[in-house]
Design a protein around this ligand. Sequence first.
Ligand SMILES: *[C@@H]1O[C@H](CO)[C@@H](O)[C@H](O)[C@H]1NC(C)=O
Ligand SMILES: *[C@@H]1O[C@H](CO)[C@@H](O)[C@H](O)[C@H]1NC(C)=O
Ligand SMILES: *[C@@H]1O[C@H](CO)[C@@H](O)[C@H](O)[C@H]1NC(C)=O
Ligand SMILES: *[C@@H]1O[C@H](CO)[C@@H](O)[C@H](O)[C@H]1NC(C)=O
Length: 297
Amino acid sequence: MRESDQALGICVLLHLILFRCVFFPIGSSFSFGDRGIGINYGRLGTNLPPPDIAAKLIASSHIKHVKTFDMDPFLIQAFTKTNITLSLCIPDEELPALATDATRADLIVQRSILPFIHTTKISSISVGNEVSMIPDLAPHLLPAIKNVYNSLKKFKIHKRIKVSTTHSVAVLAIRSPPSHGIFQDSIAGPIMKPVLRFLNKTQSPFMVNLYPYLTYKETTEVPLDFALFTAKPNHYYTDPNTSLVYTNLFDILVDALNAAAASLGFNNLTLVVTEMGCPTNGHANDYVLIFGAWFII
Ligand SMILES: *[C@@H]1O[C@H](CO)[C@@H](O)[C@H](O)[C@H]1NC(C)=O
Ligand SMILES: *[C@@H]1O[C@H](CO)[C@@H](O)[C@H](O)[C@H]1NC(C)=O
Ligand SMILES: *[C@@H]1O[C@H](CO)[C@@H](O)[C@H](O)[C@H]1NC(C)=O
Ligand SMILES: *[C@@H]1O[C@H](CO)[C@@H](O)[C@H](O)[C@H]1NC(C)=O
């Protein structure tokens, strides 16, 4: 989700998750895997606590992974010695300059990574957030990713810190049946293929923001309980091609993304769901409460 949308009240509270899914196809096995759950730390809002207080709060909640929307050294500093793994993000607007000027990447690494490399666990950097569908930015994506990677390599930390970018589910043209998942034609060849090639080569995660709630909202075909992980067998979905039975929409979207990547030749990427969530406020409908109840743990 674009960070600016968060300020509008969708998914402000707990739009979480950072975990590793098992390899394609996962069918109906919903698993939090070995990376565990984390939270996204957006900072567009009012009355937010300063980073050091937020970091203490997160640590005291036993949350082990945090994904940020920026590279602010003060924010990163706040997580030193917390044992929390950080996944950082280079804001979209930096991409055009970053794509053409390798020294910009060096500056970012020198300012936001190197000072904390021994005291903070940084696992990855997302270069931009959901830019693969933005015509003005998408062409800058791969060159920017490569410059960041090369800079990490220069400082010999490219194996420790993975470079990727975060996609939205809108990259999919077909998501059901999941085995037929493919990317939008406009980006499959020019954007997704080269980016996935980079991820495959560097064994970096394929990051996707995945909101069953938004898919549920935009179509009339999905029963509410299927989006909520509470479907009874009469609402299960069977992929006619693979005969896999799906108990929820989340698994369908995950498998459709893996199928889309496989259709471009990449069947061994690690898919990481970098955002997920639901509104907990600002919407009148009852299902909002149900979504909220499911996720607040
Ligand atoms: C830090 O986290 C790792 C795994 O994420 C865990 O094995 C270790 O015990 C933690 N250390 C402390 C001091 O909490
Ligand atoms: C159907 O699934 C098989 C694997 O189960 C796959 O090889 C084939 O390409 C799929 N067909 C279509 C039309 O997607
Ligand atoms: C993915 O990476 C592996 C290992 O480096 C390589 O053998 C394979 O050809 C790559 N796949 C594609 C489609 O580039
Ligand atoms: C698939 O990915 C895993 C984990 O990234 C790796 O260990 C394995 O070697 C890969 N297999 C192939 C055939 O590339």
